[in-house]
Design a protein around this ligand. Structure first.
Ligand SMILES: [Zn+2]
Length: 422
């Protein structure tokens, strides 16, 4: 028996034994019948940090491909569903080994299809000048993290349409394979049929017109072109997304009430995810449009406290740390910025040494910190901060510190600007 057959059949035998023993596994199995419908969500996000707990598997055309650990649950779920229920149901005469081999091939090609859908979005985005950070597969589907919003409705339309178009293409491809293989290979035909229908559903589900789904982006691009008002178009598309999210939740509650509570819970999870993502994509787009063409100088905080380098750690803790809600303080010599001192670095100093230790000894020197010029663009600066996971950056002009760019400061700026324009 070749090695790959062993690798697939061995776990299959173990699963068989567990299935007989554990009621809960059967339960999971029944639940994951739904798994077929689960991997349907895909989101193109901007301005959002990559998912934590993701494993980088490689790069395609410069885009990092990552797998979130929750994805393994769904992969296992779909594989077991295919091998233990789906194929045995339609083809009772196949051998156990065949079920697992065809199941593994189908599940793998299915996730490759999801990846191709995301890649289609990403490659069109890159082509139109929007950099893509990564593509992450997770329990609900795939996410393509783009670095910024589209700058015209045409770009938005092209990026959004690419994913569903790829899925339709795959559905047609697998449909054709099913049609032509039916005569000579039952296995290839069964695999192709499954992939044709799932890719078709993937395309259909994602054109539901609400953000953050592809359909929501198509809707926004259309409204944006018609009204020339990006913010209003975003508001409509994200409200629609939230309504769709609530409808999923309501349907889930209904399903749970009539006894189908596993399906119910899953619909509620999807609804909750959609509703949340609709809200956050609205906030992101709003921030993006408000920060466009704004310089760092306009959004920085100017009343930030600075500490002198000859201050002792004791004085720093007593007069600054307890007074200001900040994780790092700019250190100055006169008005010249010489470094930053963080709360983390203070924690490394034993309390009995606080009086004899000076800020200059524990700070990170100017050569090792990120600074920014007041004339730089605010949106680009924030993007970089998000990527490097820093929450505040000193704004420096000619060696002197003139302010601090922080996420909370920018949030303040956004709130006041939104109120003014509302
Ligand atoms: Zn998509």
């Amino acid at each position: 028996m070749p090695l790959y057959v062993l690798i697939i059949v061995m776990p299959a035998t173990i699963v068989n034994i567990m299935l007989e023993k554990l009621e809960i596994i059967k339960f999971w199995l029944r639940a994951s019948l739904l798994a077929r419908f689960l991997q349907l969500i895909d989101v193109t996000q901007s301005g959002v940090a990559s998912m934590k707990g993701s494993w980088r598997v490689g790069r395609i055309c410069g885009i990092v491909i990552a797998i979130h650990y929750s994805w393994f649950v769904i992969f296992g779920g779909i594989l077991v569903t295919l091998a233990k229920m789906y194929f045995p149901n339609y083809h009772p005469d196949w051998s156990e080994t065949t079920y697992w081999l065809v199941g593994t091939a189908t599940a793998t090609l299915f996730f490759a299809s999801v990846l191709l859908h995301e890649l289609a979005h990403s490659l069109v985005a890159i082509r139109l000048g929007i950099p893509v950070r990564d593509i992450t597969l997770f329990i609900l589907g795939g996410v393509a993290n783009i670095r910024k919003e589209a700058d015209s409705p045409t770009t938005e339309l092209a990026v959004a349409a690419a994913g569903p178009a790829a899925s339709v293409g795959l559905a047609v491809l697998f449909g054709g394979t099913w049609y032509f293989s039916a005569g000579f290979s039952e296995q290839i035909a069964a695999l192709s049929f499954y992939l044709a229908t799932t890719n078709g559903m993937l395309a259909l589900f994602n054109v539901i017109p609400g953000l953050p789904l592809d359909g929501g982006r198509l809707l926004r691009a259309t409204l944006w072109r018609l009204s020339d008002d990006f913010r209003r178009a975003t508001r409509v598309a994200s409200t629609s997304g939230r309504v769709i999210g609530y409808l999923f939740i309501l349907t889930g509650v209904g399903a749970a009430l009539i006894g189908s509570w596993l399906n119910g819970i899953w619909l509620i999870v999807i609804g909750w995810f959609l509703q949340n993502a609709a809200e956050s994509s609205y906030q992101n787009s709003l921030a993006y449009s408000l920060l466009k063409d704004v310089s760092v100088k306009e959004v920085m905080t100017t009343d930030c406290p600075t500490v002198e380098e000859y201050l002792s750690v004791k004085e720093l803790v007593e007069s600054y740390v307890s007074k200001y809600n900040m994780v790092a303080f700019p250190v100055v010599h006169g008005r010249r910025l010489v470094g930053m001192v963080t709360l983390d670095s203070l924690r490394e100093v034993p309390q009995q040494d606080w009086e004899q230790t000076f800020v200059a000894e524990v700070m990170t020197g100017i050569e090792n910190i990120k600074t920014i010029h007041p004339s730089e663009r605010a949106d680009q600066a924030l993007e970089e901060m998000g990527e490097r996971e820093i929450s505040q950056v000193p704004v420096v002009d000619g060696g002197r510190i003139i302010g601090l760019l922080s996420r909370s400061g920018v949030l303040q700026f956004l709130k006041s600007k939104e109120r003014l324009s509302a």
